[in-house]
Design a protein around this ligand. Structure first.
Ligand code: HEC
Length: 91
């Protein structure tokens, strides 16, 4: 029962919580970190730049040496969630 509750809770957080939460550990609470010492400081990118970077990671048209990692992180996001993230973090 306890285990069920934990599983349900984590499922809920992934689906319901603000989509940026899974990014915080690398990019910082407000996008202020250079993720793994490699990425740009995404809080300094415009909303449009962030959105196009995210879409670009998905279709392979954007990114540096660690783009495969980023693609994995955002593979489950909906378009609406990508917009939500860029609105929240971008300038
Ligand atoms: C495990 C750490 C990690 C997590 C978690 C992560 N990222 Fe990243 N992110 C990176 C790295 C490393 C790069 C640079 C990748 C490359 O080589 O292009 C990057 C790049 C980016 C960029 C482009 C910045 C640039 O340097 O051009 C954006 C935008 C971004 N991430 C958004 C997100 C969002 C939104 C999430 C959550 C859904 C997320 N990231 C989760 C590590 C992470």
């Amino acid at each position: 029962m306890m285990i069920m509750a934990v599983i349900l809770f984590s499922f809920n957080t992934v689906v319901m919580a603000d989509a940026y939460q899974s990014c915080v550990k690398c990019h910082g609470e407000n996008g202020e970190l250079r993720a793994l010492g490699r990425s740009k400081v995404i809080s300094k990118m415009s909303k449009a730049e962030i959105l196009s970077a995210l879409k670009g990671y998905l279709n392979g048209s954007y990114g540096g040496p660690m783009s495969a990692l980023m693609k994995g992180k955002i593979a489950d996001l909906s378009e609406a969630q990508m917009v939500e993230i860029s609105e929240k973090i971008g300038k």
